[in-house]
Design a binder for this molecule. Structure first.
Ligand SMILES: [Zn+2]
Ligand SMILES: [Zn+2]
Ligand SMILES: [Zn+2]
Length: 402
């Protein structure tokens, strides 16, 4: 990013932070510290973003749409055109307190020059270049994959008969050196309430983690009706696994009680008996006068930013998306960017709000401090955020007051 656009970006971040409840903002004194600062501020800003926009009906006022339907429903969907280069190492795990088994999230870092791997995973590159020593490993992988596939088949196809599952083949995921893009949650009134980058494929458990995080941060303001084009698999999975693979929490129970439908555009692919009885958008009045295409509309708008997003490094990319979505929402809700919402003390803090941040083991002066060497990080589920603690390094960042 050139210096001028860096300045504009910094200005937008400060304006957004003040809008999201801060009364003073710490910025790096040295421009070389910018990327690290952008990375370290992200989880806090994302939490506030989710809180403000999922509560926009009460904090800003109902959107002027037919039938008083502001925030009646949300759509969750994945998008693969906003990709950026990511490290080819896909076996990066994170143990979230919301699941009994680690999530495989894949590496989110940008590869270093002339390599397919990031700085931390240079050893993986050496391993793939020496296939002979690896034969035993590959055989074990094949065995495991076929077993996993069998299990998946039992869960998915046996349960719903809809062959819409989005899980991609393991070999394809392993080869892919672009990130798989973005998951986003958008209300029927076109307000983006939450999102996350994904680095493998659109897996159910990452979708569930995003939903649970958003429920937690929104303080129960999430619409009780939802649309997802693979909703049948999601609903069956949540119903079966809360209390087992999914930890039994107030948030996971709220998710269990959220009514999911398949949107009309994707309904023709769903042929299972269970699906026809439970997920049909035609057998309900819940979706009357509801825009169920809001996520796709967002993604078609986002396409124009694809060249910029694909050029961003991993430290800066998440915050760039956040700024983009914040200003899009301000425009949708006709709110001035200089408006201040006094929400800093109201936002619950979730340690898993951004999986890459939670899993990041990179030793930095300001980012994560309590991770251990094997890449796992255990954390408490939810704690109230202390607004005074976000100034990560008082000596390094300059203070900007409102
Ligand atoms: Zn609205
Ligand atoms: Zn990596
Ligand atoms: Zn289905």
């Amino acid at each position: 990013m050139r210096r001028f656009s860096q300045l504009v970006f910094t200005y937008k971040i400060i304006e957004m932070d003040l809008c999201l409840g801060s009364t003073n903002v710490a910025t790096p004194k040295d421009i070389d510290e910018f990327d690290l600062w952008a990375w370290s501020e992200y989880p806090r800003l994302l939490s506030r973003f989710i809180y403000l926009w999922s509560n926009h009906r009460t904090l800003i006022g109902a959107c002027n749409i037919p039938g008083d339907k502001c925030s009646a429903c949300f759509t969750i969907d994945g998008h693969q055109k906003a990709r950026r280069r990511v490290c080819r190492s896909k076996q990066v795990n994170f143990k979230s307190s919301d699941f009994s088994e680690p999530l495989v999230i894949g590496c989110w870092r940008t590869p270093i020059r002339n390599s397919l791997y990031c700085e931390l995973h240079q050893n993986d590159e050496k391993l793939t270049k020496a296939p002979r020593t690896n034969q035993k490993h590959t055989h074990a992988m094949k065995l495991r994959n076929s077993r996993q596939w069998q299990q998946q088949k039992n869960i998915f196809f046996g349960a719903t008969n809809c062959s819409t599952t989005k899980a991609r083949s393991e070999s394809y995921i392993n080869k892919c050196s672009r990130s798989f893009g973005l998951l986003a949650m958008v209300t029927n009134c076109r307000v983006i309430i939450s999102f996350s980058e994904i680095f493998r494929s659109e897996t159910l458990r990452e979708i569930i983690q995003l939903l649970i995080n958003t429920i937690r941060i929104s303080d129960n303001a999430l619409p009780k009706i939802a649309c997802y084009d693979d909703g049948c698999h999601l609903v069956r999975f949540v119903q079966r696994h809360v209390g087992k693979l999914i930890t039994d929490t107030p948030a996971s129970n709220t998710l269990k009680n959220t009514k999911f439908y398949i949107d009309k555009a994707h309904w023709k692919n769903h042929v299972g008996t269970w699906c026809k009885e439970n997920m049909s958008p035609y057998a309900t009045s819940d979706l009357n006068m509801i825009n169920t295409q809001s996520a796709e509309q967002l993604f078609s708008w986002l396409k124009r930013y694809a060249p910029i997003i694909s050029s961003l490094g991993w430290l800066k990319a998440p915050l760039y998306l956040l700024v983009l979505f914040h200003y899009k929402n301000l425009w949708t809700c006709k709110v001035r960017p200089t408006r201040h919402f006094d929400i800093a003390n109201m936002v619950p803090d979730s340690a898993t709000i951004s999986l890459p941040h939670a899993a990041n083991t990179l030793r930095t002066t300001s980012a994560v401090s309590s991770s251990n060497s094997d890449g796992y990080l255990s954390q408490a589920a939810t704690t109230k955020h202390d607004p005074s603690s976000h100034t990560v390094n008082e000596n390094k960042w300059a203070q900007m007051s409102k």
